[in-house]
Design a protein around this ligand. Structure first.
Ligand code: PLP
Length: 423
């Protein structure tokens, strides 16, 4: 098979493909695996019950089910969904949005593909622009999305030690600012996930303000990936102010509410950006998928979504995170130099084994032999030029699956890590 440049780049064995293969194998294969990789949200019975009830109503209402599966919606989204989400967000945040400020994508993953490639890449006269990721490690799913090579530039985070086994990443303000001031012609936008996948970090309001001011001053968009943030799914264990203005492109998703298979991503942005996404959507996917939008639009209309997140989703993951941290304390050798990133949100714990004698890719292979799936750290540093040993000393684990599996997985990780340090 002869492939174009695009074909070659997009069929490579990427980190995200490895992760999705592990996920498919763990959930669809015959072997019992301890699935601490992937980012699948949990099955929360109370939340699933609400979605089931909604589906029952859709089935009972004459014509509603037929409409849901039988129509192509517009390439911007399903109008009642756009309208109810606009009203909901305006009531909560007073952003003064109209439905022309919102577009639906086929999962936010597709939204990022559009945003990154429409702003960055190759321009006329050999000019190139990049997406700046101010805080590495950053989401694995961005890494291979560029149609052109080297779409990202990123910066090592500063490490703040919080106690014997806990740390937090922070943005290196002066380094990022200096780079932007010097290279503003070569940057298209700044992008950050908040809460961050893989680390569970939530950059502070102060850090968001810094990025917002820096992007405004230099005429860049600031893309905030809010897949886990407030108001939904609100998998946040710390206070974080959500801001939006015409300079900010806010990405949200229905996935972590428990609807990943409906592939519903939401972009909130300036009208000009939304028009562009709508046009690209028409080419890539024709229309947005209706199922997630039809299931949820009444929940935005009456703001019930907030109660669902506060009452079920947030406490569920908060408890899971606390439990996973307890397992780590129980099964990891206290004398080893291991660290866990402060868990402030999302579905993950990020573990750092300082001065680890093997790479975490090797640890991943050893764990896989023992039926434990994790994600090695090296994939989470897109655009980082510096040869940072830290990349190979970290792993991401998810605590969203059942607690027995998480406990067993963490126990086995503890054993393998101890073995590696010993040998
Ligand atoms: N952004 C972040 C930070 C994520 O963790 C994910 C998925 O795990 C996505 C975006 C993409 O999610 P989806 O395409 O399901 O909306």
């Amino acid at each position: 098979m002869q492939l174009s440049k695009f074909g070659t780049k997009f069929t490579a064995r990427t980190g995200i493909l490895e992760l999705m293969d592990d996920l498919a194998h763990a959930f669809g294969g015959k072997e019992r695996m301890y699935m601490l990789g992937g980012g699948n949200p949990a099955f929360i019975p109370e939340v699933q019950h609400i979605f089931k009830e909604r589906m029952r109503k859709i089935l009972e209402k004459p014509g509603e089910f037929e409409r849901m599966i039988g129509n192509y919606d517009g390439s911007q989204g399903y109008i009642p969904f756009l309208e109810s989400l606009t009203k909901f967000l305006n009531a909560k945040y007073k952003w003064g949005l109209s439905s022309e400020n919102i577009a639906i994508t086929s999962g936010s993953q597709e939204g990022f593909f559009i945003l990154f490639n429409m702003f960055a890449g190759e321009f006329n006269k050999g000019k190139k622009k990049k997406i700046l990721l101010p805080l590495a490690p950053e989401y694995i799913g961005y890494a291979d999305q560029g149609i052109s090579e080297n779409l990202f530039v990123s910066f090592r985070s500063k490490i703040k030690y919080l106690d014997k086994h806990t740390f937090k990443y922070e943005i290196n303000f002066s380094k990022v600012e200096k780079y932007v001031e010097k290279n503003k012609e070569k940057i298209a936008a700044i992008c950050v996930s908040r809460p961050t996948n893989p680390t569970g970090n939530v950059i502070s309001d102060n850090e968001v303000e810094f990025l917002s001011n820096l992007s405004k001053k230099n005429n860049l968009y600031l893309i905030i990936d809010n897949a886990y943030g407030e108001p939904f799914p609100n998998i946040l264990f710390t206070k974080a102010k959500l801001i939006w203005n015409k300079n900010i492109i806010l990405s949200m998703s229905l996935s972590k509410l428990g609807l990943p298979s409906t592939r519903t991503g939401i972009i909130i942005a300036d009208r000009e950006v939304i028009q562009a996404i709508k046009s690209i959507n028409a080419i890539l996917i024709l229309a947005s998928g209706s199922i997630g939008q039809i299931i949820t639009y009444p929940l935005f209309k009456n703001a019930r979504i907030l109660r669902i997140c506060d009452k079920y989703i947030n406490p569920f993951y908060r408890k899971k995170s606390e439990l996973a941290l307890l397992y780590i304390k129980k099964y990891f050798d206290d004398s080893l130099p291991y660290y866990v990133h402060k868990s402030e949100g999302a579905l993950f714990l990020w573990l750092w084994f300082k001065d680890f004698p093997i790479t975490t890719k090797e640890l991943y292979e050893r764990l896989k032999k023992r039926k434990v799936i994790v994600v090695p750290g090296q994939y989470f540093f897109p655009g980082l030029k510096a040869n940072w040993k830290h990349k190979h000393e970290c792993i991401r684990i998810t605590y969203s699956q059942n607690s027995e599996d998480v406990e067993m997985g963490i126990k086995i990780i503890g054993e393998e890590v101890r073995k590696a340090y010993k040998n």
